[in-house]
Design a protein around this ligand. Structure first.
Ligand code: PMP
Ligand code: GLN
Length: 415
């Protein structure tokens, strides 16, 4: 029988989760904390799961459990300073993944072009192709000088406005934006977002804004929601994730919000795909949000306090990388760090690794020989541009202090 996806292979996540199982390295790969980052959340889920209220154990409203859409509408209405209708302008999905899927499924048809900024979260490209769309790639440029010993930040990854404009044309239907950005940690500035917004309006293009790391921003960087820019609400679907907001990636609850006439198309895709997301998870999340919304702008708000929790981990791990000979880029957000390993190349013999890309070879060699696993960032580029990231690795630092200490020991003892 014909094989539709014959040119595709397993994603980097499938491959690297398998490597963890077969080589048992210290895992700084896939992004998740290796400890419960907040105490009360599992108990809220336990309370819901143990409840004999049958409604929590049956299907809920297809487009989102009422309690959850209500609290999310309340939260984002405040954050983007406009009223959001919980029933028509919010959709609850199976993770941010399904929100992305439904957004693309709802709009992209063969012949449509979709602009994707590289490096990009790896599912964007195959997702656009599944629906017959054509991705157009624009790569962020790392403008930091290669030969400096000064620390550089993810702000040095820049979008070239004229290159971006060249990607727009009459076939462009959508741009997929990711801010704060995985894997670099870049937080798009107001003026970069204005450039994107101006082009979206000029070429009548919609924006899918993946903002799953919206709370994980280190000062002085500041997250700006592109939907709040003039004229952008009408053309933007914004995506969030409970996995990132409450550090519970296994809950797999995501959402999108936007104007009803855009959300509607994603809703059609969603209702014929999963119909509704898990009820007990949605009920538990709604209870967590109800608690946090009362604490908003206080130091006790869980997701607002996350950057303070993560900052010492980020800085300690940056030092580990520098001491081990890597050249990391300080992330302004998120819990990943991109680090250049080129000065370590002389210490490794990659000839036994059959992969095509050098960063894959290095990541696998490190897993097998040094017992430390990180992600090869060429997974976040299309095949013509993979060479741009051959000398980098992506590490996740949302880990117990002991895990980060162990990483330090491993890298210091690696001869
Ligand atoms: N977008 C980005 C940028 C991500 O890093 C991730 C991984 N969490 C997702 C989307 C998917 O999120 P979820 O786990 O909620 O499906
Ligand atoms: N978003 C997470 C990361 O970038 C998890 C990815 C995944 O498991 N698909 O590591």
């Amino acid at each position: 029988l014909p094989t539709r996806f014959k040119d595709s292979s397993y994603s980097v996540w499938v491959e690297f989760v398998d490597l963890v199982a077969s080589h048992q390295p210290l895992n700084l790969g896939q992004g998740f904390p290796d400890y419960p980052a907040t105490g009360y959340i599992p108990s809220v889920l336990a309370e819901v799961a143990g409840s004999n209220n049958n409604a929590f154990h049956q299907y809920t409203r297809g487009y989102g459990h009422p309690k959850l859409v209500n609290v999310l509408a309340k939260l984002y209405s405040k954050l983007i300073d406009r009223p959001i209708n919980p029933m028509t302008e919010v959709l609850i999905t199976c993770g941010a993944y399904e929100a992305l899927y439904s957004a693309v499924a709802g709009f992209i048809e063969p012949g449509d072009e979709v602009i994707i900024i590289e490096p990009y979260y790896d599912c964007y490209e195959p997702l656009v192709r599944i629906f017959g769309g054509t991705p157009r790639f624009v790569a962020l440029k790392n403008t930091a000088p290669k030969d400096t010993d000064e620390p550089t930040t993810s702000a040095s990854w820049k979008l070239d406005p004229s290159e971006l404009e060249q990607a727009f044309n009459e076939k462009t239907k959508m741009i997929i934006l990711n801010t704060p950005h995985n894997p670099t940690g870049k937080v798009f500035s107001y003026s970069e977002l204005e450039t994107i917004a101006t082009l979206c309006k000029k070429y009548n293009v919609m924006c899918v804004s993946d903002e799953v790391y919206e709370w994980l921003v280190y000062k002085p960087a500041k997250h700006v929601r592109i939907a709040s820019l003039p004229g952008m609400w009408e053309r933007t679907l914004t995506i969030g994730s409970a996995g990132k907001t409450f550090s519970v990636t296994g809950w797999k609850c995501g959402w999108m919000y936007g104007p009803d006439f855009l959300v509607r198309n994603a809703v059609i895709a969603h209702q014929n795909n999963v119909y509704c997301f898990s009820t007990p998870i949605q009920e538990a999340l709604a209870r967590c949000f109800e608690k946090e919304i009362d604490l908003l702008d206080t130091p006790n708000c869980y997701f607002q306090s996350l950057p303070n929790h993560l900052l010492p981990k980020r800085d300690a791990f940056m030092k580990t990388l520098v001491d081990a000979g890597f050249k990391p880029t300080i992330p302004e957000a998120g819990y990943f760090v991109i680090a250049d390993w080129s000065s370590l190349a002389k210490r490794v013999d990659l000839s036994s690794e059959p992969d095509k890309e050098k960063d894959y070879k290095f990541a696998k060699w490190l897993t097998k020989n040094v017992k430390l696993l990180a992600i090869p960032p060429s997974a976040f580029y299309n095949k013509e541009h993979k060479y741009l990231s051959q000398e980098n690795l992506r590490f996740c630092f949302f880990k117990k202090d002991e895990t980060l200490k162990e990483a330090r020991n491993i890298l210091t003892n690696w001869k």
